[in-house]
Design a protein around this ligand. Structure first.
Ligand code: SAH
Length: 438
């Protein structure tokens, strides 16, 4: 299985290097000390994660060469933006024409208009414009992150969350640090994952030392970009995890509406969450963040605020998924949003951060809508996650009920995903942001 295209180093300037992939130049941060121009590397999320011996690189490149251009052509064909002469002059056409032409910034009031679209055909046109922008600025690469959910204990009582301390119906589990390291190394070594998220509830049974032991245990054995996602571990904790080798933080702020945040998170403040995200960014972490769509009491203005906040946090990846009510929570009788609400949010996120954003199709969206991956990837998204939590534990991590892929083996999940990506002309690899992008 090969998820990554080796790139050739064409220049080195301190920690910044430029890499060539079949003629496309990308930028990355390098932390490998003896790297030289001409060497081959694997990069992920804009980080060099491993040097690749020449012979191995040539072999992988030979496998990719034809496929790479074939996929690119398919994506080019599927992501065209068709101008609608018949309706030219209507407000939607005028806004979308400006968006695809990358003309001046789209006003907030126009973005809200897009989030408020209701007609199926109009929403399809919005998605098409977003997909066009994704292709234009970021090409056909689609990054695949694996996620290991290593403990379902949580001391917090988030009103929507199925693993909250309030949900007494859970069968609790904790993986030992050794088990997490083993699962991660297998995912990297056997299945070719290059980016992993380590997630848990806020579980005080793992000290920062334990978490560092997991991160460094993986980094010492295998090359990978490691994201931590264990809630608010404190700023010194974040610093120590960075030193242990973590380079990413997955932490949603959940909602940018502080009143709604406080209602849903008793005794907690949005500012504290944001302080973690901002401090992590300053430490050098890549951020995956975002919010829930369709929370009771949330407005479309709030969702636009969430997207703007994600951009202002300089997130590497936007993570927006639908709220799905869990029976063991105070929001049991609320409703999920329609799939169209999620698609509009993904498309607007792409428009707001056209040139840089990775936007993930979340598992919660896949739970809400069977065809979420195809639809989301056709609405501006360019990333997916696969759960690598051992089968026996995966069903004990019910953030929301009836989670997608629960009964699928990892092999099937991977092959289904690769088929979808191939149909859409996407390369299952993350070659980073273009050298020329701003
Ligand atoms: N302890 C970590 C991980 C939290 S759980 C942290 O604090 O970041 C991971 C994510 O699941 C949450 O950020 C939340 O956005 C999402 N989630 C929880 N309950 C959900 C529900 N009912 N529907 C959809 N997503 C949910």
């Amino acid at each position: 299985m090969c998820y990554s295209i080796p790139g050739r180093v064409v220049s080195i300037d301190g920690r910044t290097i430029i890499i060539d992939y079949f003629g496309e130049q990308r930028r990355a941060v390098n932390e490998i000390s003896n790297l030289k121009v001409g060497d081959y590397i694997y990069a992920q999320g804009g980080y060099v994660i491993d040097a690749v011996p020449d012979a191995e690189a040539q072999e992988v490149l030979a496998l990719w060469k034809e496929l790479f251009f074939e996929l690119q052509e398919r994506d080019q064909h599927l992501s065209g933006f068709k101008r609608m002469d018949k309706r030219a002059g209507d407000r939607l056409s005028l806004i979308l024409e400006r968006i695809v032409a990358d003309e001046e910034e789209v006003a907030e009031e126009e973005l809200l208009y897009l989030l408020n679209l209701e007609g199926k055909e109009d929403i399809a046109r919005l998605m098409q414009a977003a997909n066009y922008l994704r292709h234009k600025h970021l090409g056909n690469s689609c990054c695949i992150h694996g996620i290991i959910e290593f403990s379902n204990y949580c001391r917090q009582s988030c009103g929507y969350c199925g693993i909250s301390a309030r949900n007494k119906g859970l069968k609790p589990y904790r993986m030992t640090p050794e088990e997490v390291v083993k699962a991660a190394c297998e995912a990297i070594d056997k299945y070719g994952f290059k980016a992993l998220v380590l997630q848990s509830g806020e579980d005080s049974a793992y000290s920062i030392d334990n978490l560092c032991q997991i991160v460094s245990g993986i980094r010492e054995r295998e090359p990978a970009l490691i994201f931590v996602s264990c809630g608010e571990v404190g700023l010194p904790g974040l610093q120590r995890l960075y030193e242990a080798g973590a380079r990413g933080l997955l932490m949603r702020f959940e909602t940018s509406n502080s009143r709604l945040y406080e209602q849903l998170h008793p005794g907690r403040r949005l500012d504290s969450r944001l302080e973690h995200l901002r401090a992590a960014f300053d430490m050098g972490y890549l951020l995956i963040t975002g919010g829930l769509i369709g929370l009771p009491g949330q407005t479309r203005e709030d969702i636009l605020g969430d997207i703007s906040l994600t951009k202002s946090l300089q997130a590497e990846m936007y993570s927006f998924g639908p709220f799905i009510p869990h029976p063991g929570t105070p929001l049991a009788n609320s409703h999920s949003p329609a799939a169209a609400e999620v698609l509009k949010a993904l498309a607007v996120a792409r428009i707001v951060d056209a040139r840089n954003a990775k936007i993930v199709v979340t598992t919660s969206f896949e739970t809400l809508e069977k065809d979420a991956r195809r639809q989301g990837l056709s609405a501006g998204a360019n990333s997916v996650m696969i759960s690598l939590t051992p089968d026996a534990l995966r069903r004990e991590y019910p953030l929301y009920p009836d989670r997608a892929h629960l009964n699928e083996s990892l092999e099937n999940q991977i092959s289904d995903l690769l088929e979808i990506l191939s149909d859409l002309g996407r390369a299952p690899t993350d070659i980073g942001v273009s050298h020329t992008a701003s």
